[in-house]
Design a protein around this ligand. Structure first.
Ligand SMILES: [Zn+2]
Ligand SMILES: [Zn+2]
Ligand SMILES: [Zn+2]
Length: 379
């Protein structure tokens, strides 16, 4: 949906106001946006705000660069993708790729729910607060945040939103590296399973843009991973090896997981590296929990997949070469029934033990709460 609250918060993704501190102030109009965006946006003062858009018939126009960004009211989103080429986008913009991930309109369960509930806890989300999903995909997590009383907004590179998300979530099509929002527009934001899809420069840009968007008193929750593993990793590796072997025998659908990970750039080398990237963007990691997936590996990656595949029958087993489902058109999957959701919630409770028992054992995947380091009086 395109709400009035959303219209008040959006800005041109690529245009900065002339205003700023002596280091980043610039009187030169759009020429300064083109030539000096990176330096001005990264100014230690917090940088200038982005230029407000002016509503016109069916679009929002930027008075600085003149671009009219179309408003797709029937589809429920604003298109604020920068018109200039910023380099390649992830495969998430590819329709077929998206389709093959099969998103159903259902509450997040299992590990997705573990992440969702960590997000709610670390952000301290209260009913009535707006919260921005950076890289919202189909909008499932934003809908979940909305079901708990928050006012959800979402941004993604591709408009493959669930029909209910198009009705209930304030949606923007955009590039994470040029967020089309005014400074401090969303004091609460999160990004789940997104940063691993970007290269190092991309991670730095997203963090910087997110810092401006949450403002000096804001909070940003991330779930991603560094290229590290704990001493528990041998266990996950053995389970994964077993899953792969069962996948080869058609007993498990392993191809979907492989597809999901096929796009990873994995730019974050270590937790120290991530902290350094945050510091460059004016953020600090104020809380961190690691995600050692012991219960998850057994329950979600092994037992449930065996069960799923057994129900589906051998006819649908993974094709050789991992080209699963590529030629098989699929509609939107039906939402699970009440019993399945109940079972999913019970299993989710077990999966949460991974965070409770192993959340302090350093490993790659982690939940992080990031807060701006700007001085309290900063902009
Ligand atoms: Zn400045
Ligand atoms: Zn401009
Ligand atoms: Zn502009």
């Amino acid at each position: 949906m395109i709400s009035r609250e959303l219209l008040e918060r959006v800005a041109c993704p690529v245009c900065l106001e002339a205003d700023g501190c002596p280091a980043c102030r610039q009187g030169g109009g759009h020429a300064a946006c083109l030539s000096d965006y990176d330096r001005r946006a990264a100014c230690p003062c917090g940088g200038p705000d982005k230029v407000r858009l002016v509503a016109e018939e069916g679009a929002m126009r930027c008075p600085c660069c003149g671009v009219a960004y179309p408003s797709h009211a029937p589809e429920g989103y604003l298109d604020l993708v920068p018109r200039a080429n910023l380099g390649e986008v992830t495969r998430y913009a590819d329709h077929e790729f998206h389709d093959s991930l099969h998103v159903a309109d259902a509450p997040p369960l299992l590990s997705a729910r573990v992440k969702a509930d960590m997000m709610r806890r670390m952000l301290g989300l209260r009913p009535g607060e707006t919260v921005l999903d950076l890289g919202c995909g189909a909008g499932k997590m934003a809908l979940y945040a909305g079901s708990r009383g928050a006012l959800p907004a979402g941004l993604d590179v591709a408009p493959f939103f669930l029909p209910r998300a198009a009705r209930e979530v304030a949606l923007v099509l955009g590039d994470l590296r040029r967020l089309p929002f005014r400074k401090g527009a969303f004091p609460r934001a999160y990004s789940l399973d997104v940063l691993e899809h970007l290269d190092e420069a991309g991670v730095r840009e997203v963090l910087l843009e997110a810092r401006r968007t949450v403002g000096p008193a804001g909070r940003l929750f991330v779930y991603t991973h560094a290229m590290e593993s704990s001493r528990l990793a041998w266990f996950q590796r053995s389970v994964n090896r077993l899953a792969r072997r069962l996948g080869e025998k058609g007993l498990i659908d392993h191809a979907r997981e492989a597809l999901r990970k096929s796009d990873h750039r994995n730019a974050i080398r270590s937790h120290e590296h991530f902290e350094a990237l945050c510091a460059q963007a004016g953020l600090r990691v104020s809380e961190r929990r690691y995600y050692n997936v012991v219960f998850k590996a057994v329950i979600e990656d092994l037992l449930l997949r065996l069960y799923e595949q057994a129900r589906r029958g051998p006819r649908h087993s993974a094709a050789p070469g991992g080209a699963e489902g590529a030629h098989e058109p699929r509609g939107e999957p039906a939402p699970p029934g009440r019993a399945a959701v109940g079972l999913g919630l019970a299993l989710t409770a077990l999966l949460k033990l991974d965070v409770l028992f192993f959340g302090r054992i350093r490993t790659g995947p982690f939940f992080g709460l990031l807060q701006p380091t700007l001085p309290a009086g900063g902009r």
